[in-house]
Design a protein around this ligand. Structure first.
Ligand code: GLU
Length: 380
């Protein structure tokens, strides 16, 4: 019995030993796994975020190798709120920014990236970070517009203004011409040589036209016709004064406006924009001769050095250029068209998007966003 008990006991002992070893091993394994998971989670939370960007003043500027600008300052504030450090990856154009996010070289991209339906299909966007849209940039300032006098004169000759004035003159001429015809044809030495309507009225119209534009070459004989003639001469003076004023105004307006004043004037013109930007799709649609540039500065230089007739690009960037480096050499014309918003781009399903959106809303609520905006774009 005792032996049996002993035997049972010894058997139980031999069974318990491997079990405890296994349990210890499992515990160690679990611990290692836990450490591993915690480390990778902690590492993912603290690892630098790889942010792709590109130079588009004033959204992204580079001074002495340091990045700044609206988008960069905004992102730095978001990064601080998320408690994450940033490693910037500066790329040449918007297409490469998007590719970097798509192929995992970057965790996100921020610059002057427009939210479009086609991009939304490939990526996830943050809440809009700024309103934008396209605008046209041309050479010259409002008072020093490049003009081609001969072309403008030709345009004026075939302009609506001139046609309207000619129409008015023709209608005006008919009235005194008929009065003159009726009164003068009966006078023995009147200026209308015939009583027949068509040759007579033609003669009278010629007289009325001459009197309107210059001076009466013949004086009517009948007293009633003379009253008509005097009144007509005064009308002529007023008419010529009005016409001259209109013509001068049209010429001045044309000189101030220049040949490109809106999207309708871009057809067939050599127009520059940045490579892969939303403006390229637009310019293809309007049938302009498009030239694509990588660097925004090269784009502006090409306009100033007359390689381009106009630039179509993001309105906030153009506004900044005309008030900074381009002041006095370029100006925007027409309204902002093709409205779009800028956003931060993430790979689809990125868990970062929600965190970034929360941070973004927080920055709007505590006025940091407003401060950064005003720093780069002035008060709204
Ligand atoms: N906003 C434009 C776009 O997203 C231009 C961007 C750029 O050239 O950087 O297509």
């Amino acid at each position: 019995m005792t032996r049996l008990h002993q035997a049972t006991n010894s058997c139980a002992r031999t069974d318990r030993l491997p079990l405890s070893v296994a349990a210890g091993l499992a515990r160690r394994l679990m611990l290692a796994l836990l450490i591993c998971v915690t480390w990778s989670v902690a590492h993912a939370e603290t690892a630098k975020l790889r942010v792709a960007t590109r130079i588009v003043p004033p959204m992204v500027v580079e001074k002495n190798g340091v990045l700044g600008g609206f988008s960069i300052e905004l992102w730095n504030s978001i990064g601080r709120r998320l408690n994450r450090e940033t490693e910037y990856l500066v790329l040449p154009d918007v297409r490469e920014l998007l590719d970097a996010v798509e192929n995992g070289r970057a965790d996100l991209a921020i610059a002057a990236i427009s939210i479009t339906a086609e991009r939304e299909d490939r990526f996830d966007f943050s809440l809009p970070i700024m309103n934008s849209g396209l605008q046209i940039l041309v050479r010259g300032t409002a008072v020093n517009v490049e003009t081609n006098p001969l072309r403008e004169l030709m345009q004026l000759f075939f302009s609506r203004t001139l046609l309207v004035w000619l129409g008015i003159a023709l209608l005006l001429i008919l009235v005194p011409a008929h009065l003159m015809f009726l009164v003068e044809r009966t006078h023995h030495s009147g200026i209308i040589p015939t009583k027949k309507y068509f040759p007579g009225i033609f003669h009278a119209m010629f007289w009325a036209a001459g009197t309107l534009a210059t001076q009466a070459d013949q004086m009517p004989r009948h007293w009633m016709a003379r009253i008509v003639a005097v009144l007509w001469m005064f009308t002529g003076v007023v008419f010529v004064a009005f016409y001259t004023a209109q013509l001068t105004a049209s010429l001045t307006v044309q000189q101030i406006r220049g040949p490109i004043n809106g999207p309708q004037d871009l057809v067939g013109k050599t127009v520059g924009t940045t490579r892969g930007s939303t403006a390229t799709a637009y310019l293809n649609d309007v049938k302009a001769q498009m030239v694509e540039f990588e660097k925004v500065d090269d784009l502006y230089d090409a306009l100033v050095s007359q390689q381009l007739d106009a630039v179509v690009f993001d309105a906030p960037a153009l506004l900044y250029y005309t008030t900074h480096d381009g002041r006095g050499s370029a100006r925007t014309v027409g309204e902002v068209f093709h409205r779009e918003d800028y956003g931060i781009v993430f790979p689809t399903g990125s868990p970062l998007r929600k965190q970034v959106n929360e941070a973004l809303l927080g920055l709007r609520e505590n006025d940091t966003y407003q401060r950064i905006y005003e720093e780069w774009f002035g008060k709204r």
